[in-house]
Write a protein that binds this ligand. Structure first.
Ligand code: NAP
Ligand code: ZN
Ligand code: ZN
Length: 346
C-alpha cells in the first residue's frame, strides 16, 4: 500500500481536517499520480454536507486533480513518469455497456466516481485533496504543456461539465448562450462558449461580477432579481446553462429561451424546483440535464483549451484554508475557482 496525506470530512457538519490515507499498490494498468493541485468544486461541498443523502465518511473530496506521473504499472502504455496529467470525476467504468461503447462513461450504470464510489476491490474511492492517487490509465488525461497545472485542475470538472453541453447542443458562431450563475462552472462556460463563437450573456444575482463577465467573454449581463431586465430578455437565448448550486425559481429563466431553445440544468440540487408547463409549451422549449463528459471528450476539451489559451481563473490556497474557501463559496464569493496547493499538505 502507498500512504498519502489528505484532507477529509468526518461527518456532515464539522470542518474538514487532516487524514492519513492508503492507496492501492499500482496494478499493471495503473498510474500513480503525485498530485500538485486540486480544485474545489461545489459538488465537494454538497458531498461533505451530505446534501444528497448518500455520503460515506471519512470522505476525501476532490475531482479536479492535476499532477505528475510518479510511477506506472507494467502494462501502462499511455503515460510515463513525469507526464503532466489530470483526473476528473470518474476513475473507472464497465467498458462494455452501450454508454461506455459510445464514449459516454459518465452514464455507465456501474461507473466509479473519483470519491465516494465503490471501487472494484471493495474499498470506497477517495478523492484528490490528497498527495497521491492511483488510477487506471484509461481514466487519466493529458494536460497540454501550455496550461499551468494549477489553472488546469478545474478544467477536469468545471471545464468538461460546461464544454459537453455546449457541444451536445451544437453551439457555433452566433449561437445565443446564457449562463446562470458566475461561479466555477459559470466562468468556464463563458470562456468556452465565447471561444466557440457564441454570443454570451451572464445571468447573475447581483451587479458584483459584471466587469468580470465582460472580461471572460460575455457581452450581455442580466441581474436575475431585476424583473425589467428579465422581461426585456424574454425569447432571446438558444441555450441556457444553469449552473446555480441551490434550489431557485426557474420558470422566469425558461421564459428567456427562444423558440426551440433548451435550458440545461447542471447544478446538483436535491430539492425539487417546480416547473410550470406553459413557458415550455409556448415556444416548444426544452428543459434538460447533463453530467460531466466522457473521457475522450474531456481530452478533446483539454486540447481545445490548450489551443485557445483557455484556463481557469483561480485563487490558490493552502490546505488549511479549505474550510474558509467552502464558507466563501457558500456566499458566492469565488473568483472563480479555489485550487488547493497540495504540496502544503506534505
Ligand atoms: P460555485 O462556484 O459555488 O458557483 C455557483 C454560482 O451559482 C454562484 O457563484 C452564484 O453565482 C450562483 N448561486 C449560488 N447560490 C445561488 C442562489 N441561491 N440563487 C441564485 N444563484 C446562486 O459552484 P460550481 O462549482 O460552479 O457548481 C455549480 C453547481 O453545479 C453545483 O451544484 C455543483 O454540484 C454542480 N455540478 C454539476 C456537475 C454536473 O456534472 N452536472 C458537475 C460539476 C458541478 P452569482 O454570484 O453569479 O449569482
Ligand atoms: Zn465537480
Ligand atoms: Zn459501462
Amino acid at each position: 500500500m502507498l500512504s498519502a496525506k489528505s484532507y477529509a470530512a468526518f461527518d456532515a457538519s464539522t470542518p474538514l481536517g487532516p487524514y492519513e490515507l492508503s492507496r492501492r499498490d499500482p496494478g499493471p494498468k495503473d498510474v500513480v499520480i503525485d498530485i500538485h493541485f486540486c480544485g474545489i468544486c461545489h459538488t465537494d461541498i454538497h458531498f461533505t454536507q451530505n446534501d444528497l443523502g448518500f455520503s460515506r465518511y471519512p470522505l476525501v473530496p476532490g475531482h479536479e486533480i492535476a499532477g505528475l506521473v510518479e510511477n506506472v504499472g507494467a502494462d501502462v502504455t499511455k503515460f510515463k513518469v513525469g507526464d503532466r496529467v489530470g483526473v476528473g470525476c470518474m476513475v473507472n467504468s464497465c467498458r462494455t455497456c452501450a454508454n461506455c461503447g459510445e464514449g459516454l462513461e459518465q452514464y455507465c450504470p456501474t461507473g466509479i466516481y473519483t470519491y465516494g464510489g465503490d471501487d472494484r476491490d471493495g474499498t470506497i474511492t477517495q478523492g484528490g485533496y490528497s498527495t497521491k492517487v492511483v488510477v487506471d490509465q484509461d481514466f487519466v488525461l493529458n494536460i497540454p504543456a501550455s496550461i499551468p497545472l494549477d489553472a488546469a485542475a478545474p478544467l477536469l470538472c468545471a471545464g468538461i461539465t460546461t464544454y459537453s453541453p455546449l457541444r451536445q447542443w451544437n453551439v457555433k458562431p452566433g449561437t445565443r448562450v446564457a449562463v446562470i450563475g458566475l461561479g466555477g462552472l459559470g466562468h468556464m462556460a463563458v470562456k468556452l462558449a465565447a471561444a466557440m463563437g457564441a454570443v454570451v450573456t451572464v445571468i447573475s444575482t447581483s451587479d458584483k461580477k459584471r466587469e468580470d463577465a465582460q472580461r471572460l467573454g460575455a457581452t450581455g449581463f442580466i441581474i436575475s432579481k431585476n424583473e425589467e431586465e428579465m422581461k426585456a430578455a424574454a425569447n432571446s437565448f438558444d441555450l441556457i446553462l444553469n449552473t446555480v448550486s441551490a434550489a431557485t425559481e426557474i420558470n422566469s429563466h425558461i421564459a428567456l429561451l427562444a423558440r426551440d431553445g433548451t435550458m440545461v440544468m447542471l447544478g446538483v440540487v436535491a430539492e425539487p424546483m417546480p416547473v410550470v408547463s406553459l413557458p415550455l409549451i409556448f415556444g416548444r422549449r426544452r428543459l434538460a440535464g447533463s453530467l460531466i463528459g466522457g473521457i475522450a471528450e474531456t481530452q478533446e476539451m483539454l486540447d481545445f483549451c490548450g489551443e485557445h489559451g483557455i484556463a481557469s481563473d483561480i485563487e490558490v490556497i493552502s490546505a488549511d484554508q479549505i474550510n474558509v474557501a467552502y464558507g466563501r463559496m457558500m456566499k458566492s464569493d469565488v473568483r472563480y475557482r479555489f485550487v488547493i496547493d497540495i504540496k502544503t499538505m506534505e
